[in-house]
Design a protein around this ligand. Structure first.
Ligand SMILES: *[C@@H]1O[C@H](CO)[C@@H](O)[C@H](O)[C@H]1NC(C)=O
Ligand SMILES: *[C@@H]1O[C@H](CO)[C@@H](O)[C@H](O)[C@H]1NC(C)=O
Ligand SMILES: *[C@@H]1O[C@H](CO)[C@@H](O)[C@H](O)[C@H]1NC(C)=O
Ligand SMILES: *[C@@H]1O[C@H](CO)[C@@H](O)[C@H](O)[C@H]1NC(C)=O
Ligand SMILES: *[C@@H]1O[C@H](CO)[C@@H](O)[C@H](O)[C@H]1NC(C)=O
Ligand SMILES: *[C@@H]1O[C@H](CO)[C@@H](O)[C@H](O)[C@H]1NC(C)=O
Ligand SMILES: *[C@@H]1O[C@H](CO)[C@@H](O)[C@H](O)[C@H]1NC(C)=O
Ligand SMILES: *[C@@H]1O[C@H](CO)[C@@H](O)[C@H](O)[C@H]1NC(C)=O
Length: 607
């Protein structure tokens, strides 16, 4: 006779089974039987295929949501000189949010707020509504943190997400050395909680690095399970939240948000002069369905929910050992923002110190090995003649902007996605005062024209250098690129820039600033919001009352080409385009943007 369990044991078991709440060790992936369906698909750069679930999402959003969103935003189009019922299709819009740490996340958040139809002030300015007509939204590094904040939390409004009840991003707690409100909390408890998650993953047989500790630290801020009361306890703090779970969220299955994409880069040899890696290394993207690369040398995609599985030529090495739970949301954004390889190269970090803080040193692991984020290679054994990592068991992945492409344009330019207009939200730090200078766009243009001619759309004509970009004032105000181009998307460039009013700026904090008081964050949101709803009037410190309508002109412009007979640009929009389009035969000057204060008004850097 089998020994009886005894009532109290059974009860304890039942209670445990019912409770089964998330814990720190849920960061560890688990093994399961493999599904019958294939886990990897391949294509070529000239015969790209999207994941069917992505195609279905896009088709549904564009038939059931987006036409009404245009209607809410533009009405019948009469204010900008069009009759929108004459278009047989609407321009497909994508939004790309750059990297740049907490600066980029907060700047991006202010911009998103200004484009959101749920924000009444943005709607009356005419800019609120663009978010709702967008089909895609991409993020990298600090921009991916914003993406996670939006997509892992039901697509909330920005003010609520960052500083509100959700419970906010908690940027007042330092990312690396949180102190607690009374400053008396032992920070070692925080590192211990991080270690528990990282150890659980290591014990499950995965190679962990600083990238995993980093992933866990970010989860405290962007995954909304952490508040000021539970910051130093051992509850799960977002462990177990998976990127693939976005596909089950109600707002997503109802197609109420754009389709999200996050960019990751390959590890490579750093060029110390540009602080970037060679452009020919593969760029990857993560969607709610797939981990993939549309770069010609790779042209492959893997099911995201089984990422981490050991595969060879697209087939599981052991059919009883498929991996689930590797696609931790914290690890996706932690990889996209893994700047430790470049910091190591610039000699600005002590790897040993970081290892102690953010992960157990692995015996024999070199500093180079310890700083990358390691993903079992889903494409091992594929494309052996072109794919640089074909023979490697793991991919060494790092910050999505490491190759110099600071704006996540790559996924939006994939030819088969057929994006017509891209809002490039650029919060990179290029100048001494941490403003962008066009460098990200120039890096992307170079990579696209030299390597991605078959697979990706090209960028429109740009100034030839960052010096020209700055001299023409294009980093101080919104600019449209490619207004008259018929073979590239139109790019709506929204650079992080000082307040047009001349006020002292707060949105140009250094990338290394990883702590912000809530009053500073509120000021950043407000300044970037006001700039994004304001546009500019040449030679003044005033907002442009027509800017919202001009933005509408740019977003909808390519719709004119989607009819059997091209509709002429309206005279209203032509006037807008004369002011906002980059035009090599009507060069502007930074002197048209007087009294902008470029000097950061926030506290001195804490790192
Ligand atoms: C378009 O909307 C405007 C304002 O709502 C209205 O005055 C106008 O008559 C409408 N035009 C057409 C063609 O329906
Ligand atoms: C709009 O967004 C700004 C910036 O995030 C915020 O300060 C403001 O409260 C919002 N307004 C409304 C009406 O939601
Ligand atoms: C961990 O790293 C070792 C040594 O590089 C490698 O052989 C092994 O395949 C890696 N493990 C996984 C799960 O990728
Ligand atoms: C903090 O989060 C925990 C866990 O979700 C919750 O139980 C607690 O009520 C929250 N505390 C506050 C002050 O919001
Ligand atoms: C990452 O790239 C750097 C620069 O080429 C190299 O030194 C390092 O060994 C690489 N790291 C790994 C883990 O491959
Ligand atoms: C040239 O650019 C200025 C703005 O700097 C604009 O006001 C003007 O209309 C433009 N001229 C033409 C011909 O596009
Ligand atoms: C676009 O074409 C129109 C009409 O030919 C021209 O007036 C305008 O200057 C062009 N704009 C740009 C930005 O090239
Ligand atoms: C610009 O802002 C800084 C603070 O960031 C301030 O110290 C300085 O006085 C301002 N300059 C001008 C010309 O207003």
């Amino acid at each position: 006779m089998a020994p009886s369990l005894g009532f109290s044991h059974v009860l304890a078991f039942v209670l445990l089974a019912v409770k089964s709440s998330a814990s720190l060790s849920d960061y560890a992936p688990t093994l399961t039987d493999c599904p019958d369906s294939p886990l990897v698909r391949t294509f070529t750069s000239t015969s790209q295929v999207l994941n069917p679930s992505e195609s279905n999402f896009v088709a549904s959003r564009e038939s059931s949501i987006i036409p009404q969103s245009w209607q809410s935003w533009l009405g019948n189009g009469s204010a900008i000189g069009y009759d929108t019922t004459a278009f047989s299709g609407f321009a497909r819009v994508g939004i790309a949010i750059s990297g740049g740490g907490y600066r980029a996340s907060q700047f991006g958040a202010g911009v998103i707020s200004a484009l959101d139809a749920r924000n009444a002030t943005a709607v009356s300015a005419g800019t609120g509504g663009l978010l709702q007509v967008a089909t895609y939204l991409s993020g990298l590094s600090g921009g991916s943190w914003l993406t996670a904040g939006l997509y892992m939390n039901g697509f909330p409004m920005v003010q609520d997400m960052v500083l509100g009840s959700q419970p906010g991003w908690l940027l007042q707690e330092d990312l690396l050395e949180p102190a607690g409100s009374d400053g008396l909390i032992d920070v070692l408890e925080y590192y211990d909680a991080i270690d528990r998650s990282v150890d659980a993953k290591a014990n499950a047989g995965f190679n962990v690095t600083i990238g995993d500790g980093w992933a866990r630290a970010l989860s405290y801020h962007f995954l909304s399970e952490t508040n000021l009361s539970n910051f130093f306890d051992t509850s799960s703090h977002g462990a177990g939240q998976l990127w693939s779970q976005i596909s089950n969220a109600a707002f997503f299955t109802n197609h109420q948000a754009p389709f999200p994409l996050v960019v990751l880069d390959s590890n490579g040899t750093f060029d110390l002069t540009t602080e970037s890696i060679p452009l020919d290394l593969p760029v990857y993207e993560v969607s709610p369905f797939e981990f993939s690369s549309f770069d010609p040398d790779v042209s492959a995609a893997a099911e995201l929910s089984y990422i981490g599985t050991s595969l060879f030529q697209g087939v599981p090495v052991d059919n009883a050992a498929c991996v689930t739970g590797f696609d931790q949301a914290g690890f996706v954004i932690g990889t996209s923002s893994n700047i430790f390889a470049s910091l190591l190269f610039a000699d600005t970090v002590e790897v040993e110190l970081l290892q102690t803080l953010l992960g157990e040193p692995i015996e024999g692991e070199s500093p180079e090995e310890a700083v990358v984020s390691k993903w079992p290679n889903p494409f091992r054994g594929l494309a052996s003649s072109t794919f640089v990592d074909s023979s490697n068991a793991e991919l060494q992945l790092i910050d999505g902007g490491s190759n110099g492409e600071g704006i996540p344009l790559n996924p939006l330019l994939v030819k088969t996605r057929e994006v017509d207009a891209i809002v490039a939200v650029e919060g990179s730090s290029d100048t001494d005062d941490n403003w962008p200078n066009g460098l990200s766009l120039l890096f992307s243009a170079e990579r696209l024209s030299t390597l991605l001619g078959d697979s990706h759309q090209q960028l429109p004509e740009l100034p030839s250098s960052t010096d020209d970009f700055v001299a023409q004032g294009l980093n101080l105000r919104p600019t449209f690129f490619g207004c008259n181009s018929t073979d590239t998307p139109l790019v709506i460039f929204i650079p992080n820039s000082p307040p047009f009013t001349g006020d002292a700026p707060f949105s140009n904090a250094p990338t290394t600033q990883v702590q912000f008081e809530t009053t500073e964050t509120q000021t950043i949101l407000d300044q970037t919001f006001i700039n994004t709803i304001g546009g500019y009037v040449p030679n003044t410190n005033s907002p442009d009352p027509n800017w919202g309508l001009c933005l509408q002109c740019a977003a909808i412009d390519r719709s004119r080409l989607k009819t059997t007979r091209t509709i002429d640009r309206s005279s209203f929009c032509t006037t807008c385009f004369n002011q906002y389009c980059y035009n090599p035969s009507n060069i502007t000057s930074s002197s048209e943007l007087p009294n902008r204060n470029l000097t950061y008004a926030g506290p001195a850097s804490s790192l």
